[in-house]
Design a protein around this ligand. Structure first.
Ligand SMILES: NC(=O)c1ccc[n+]([C@@H]2O[C@H](COP(=O)([O-])OP(=O)(O)OC[C@H]3O[C@@H](n4cnc5c(N)ncnc54)[C@H](O)[C@@H]3O)[C@@H](O)[C@H]2O)c1
Length: 399
């Protein structure tokens, strides 16, 4: 098959690499010229070992790159879908931009598979919007579930839902993925695929907000939230997620807003959960201030550890850590000291970490990277405020 994957980001590039490795001719498209140059010249850094190997062996033989879409049997769209900050609805401008380019191609029939996360009803809307053009366009939705940092494993092993109008279209797409997907591939209608993807992330957001509220209550009761949650999770039908300094990345803090934007009357819980999680960085800031008051620390004595939005991944998108830093900057005019191992070259990592520690009395753990676990000896004499409740020394201040 000839496949054009559009959007060479966290989702599109690994998908393109696997499709190329498993017997297709794939053209990866991105409107970021620098990215395309690095992909063509094989200088793009790909962290995952398998994906890197497959990329090196496919480029130029089954995997090609281009800065505009090209004719193909299947077009897979994996461009960003943020939410509109005012209406909270999904912002489809990136998707419109791609389809507007596709319909200019010298091609009469299209099968467009949207992998980007979209609000329920989006594909129906796209069908109506592009109904006027003189081309036959079939749409399907194959939402992606991968987790950054574990993309290769999850692309292979996750179950996948494909929303398609008929079994023929489903089979075409299923045959494509089943070359490498070991998980189950399920057929649903398009609307169900759209909604199920959005509610998966919404479920996690609501559950994390619940855990965060429990953590705030536990702090008032002087109890350890993690222990309480661990005990509650012994119930066979309870599975509370972990509290923390807020929710980052481009999925969980974004997708629930699509529902709030489309169903404002029916999403009180979902909106409240979003707001609880969005306020966590401010709560952490207040806790830092009260700890520093109590122990008579100056803000110069404080250092934040962990700036990525999750552990062990070089991904800083929408990270709560930056919200905490910005908030201190705006109210106190200070850039708190901070450190993330993913901001340092391996040769300088140890010395920079020690330098960071040297200047501080209180270390605030915002992300529990493996790096911290491996260097725990160096911090154990410090005052520690652990917003992830993962460090179990008796003197640690918990979330
Ligand atoms: N990151 C994840 O782990 C993840 C997981 C599941 C679903 N998703 C969804 O997948 C979609 C893509 O997310 P991502 O994380 O890969 O985004 P990303 O920002 O990593 O990559 C998107 C890419 O699309 C490119 N792009 C934007 N407009 C374009 C255009 N008109 N033509 C060609 N390229 C264009 C950008 O330059 C960028 O390289 C989003 O809808 C996201 O919600 C992401």
């Amino acid at each position: 098959m000839i496949i054009n994957v559009i959007g060479m980001g966290h989702v599109g590039l690994p998908t393109a690499i696997l499709l190329a490795h498993y017997g297709n001719r794939v053209i990866g498209t991105d409107n970021n010229d620098e990215l395309i140059k690095s992909l063509v010249s094989k200088t793009k850094i790909i962290d995952d070992e398998f994906l890197r190997q497959y990329y090196f062996s496919s480029v130029g033989s089954s995997l090609f790159f281009n800065n505009v879409p090209v004719t193909a049997e299947i077009h897979i769209i994996a461009v960003p879908t943020p939410f509109n900050k005012e209406t909270k609805k999904v912002d489809l401008n990136y998707i419109y931009n791609v389809i507007d380019q596709l319909i200019l191609l010298n091609q009469k029939e299209f099968l467009i598979v949207v992998e980007s996360t979209i609000s329920p009803g989006t594909i129906n809307h796209l069908k109506l919007k592009y109904n006027q053009v003189n081309k036959k366009i079939s749409f399907a939705h194959s939402p992606e579930r991968v987790m950054p940092g574990n993309t290769y494993y999850e692309l292979i092993n996750n179950n996948r839902t494909i929303g398609a109008d008929n079994i023929e279209t489903f089979n075409v797409i299923k045959n494509l993925y089943k070359e490498f997907v070991k998980g189950e591939i399920t057929h649903t209608d398009i609307l169900s695929a759209e909604l199920s993807k959005v509610i998966e992330n919404t479920f996690r957001d609501v559950n994390i907000a619940f855990a965060n509220e429990i953590a705030i209550i536990c702090n008032k009761l002087k109890l350890d939230a993690s222990k309480i949650i661990e005990v509650a999770n012994l119930h066979p039908r309870v599975n509370i997620l972990s509290p923390g300094p807020g929710v980052g990345g481009h999925c969980i803090p974004v997708d629930p807003w699509f529902l709030v934007g489309d169903f404002p009357e029916n999403t009180q819980l979902i909106r409240a959960a979003r707001e609880v999680n969005d306020k966590m960085p401010e709560y952490i800031k207040l806790r830092i201030l009260s700890i520093s008051d109590y122990y008579n620390l100056s803000l110069n004595d404080i250092g934040l550890y962990g700036l990525t939005y999750k552990e062990n991944v070089k991904d800083f998108r929408e990270s709560p850590s930056f919200r905490i830093l910005e908030s201190f900057k705006s109210t106190h005019g200070i850039n708190l000291k901070s450190f993330d191992p993913f901001n340092h070259e391996p040769e300088a990592l140890d010395s920079n970490f020690l330098m960071f520690l040297k200047g501080i009395k209180l270390i605030v753990i915002l992300v529990h990277h493996d790096h911290l676990r491996l260097n725990i000896e160096f911090i154990k004499e410090k005052m520690i405020f652990d917003t992830k409740n993962k460090i179990h020394y008796s003197h640690v201040i918990k979330l």
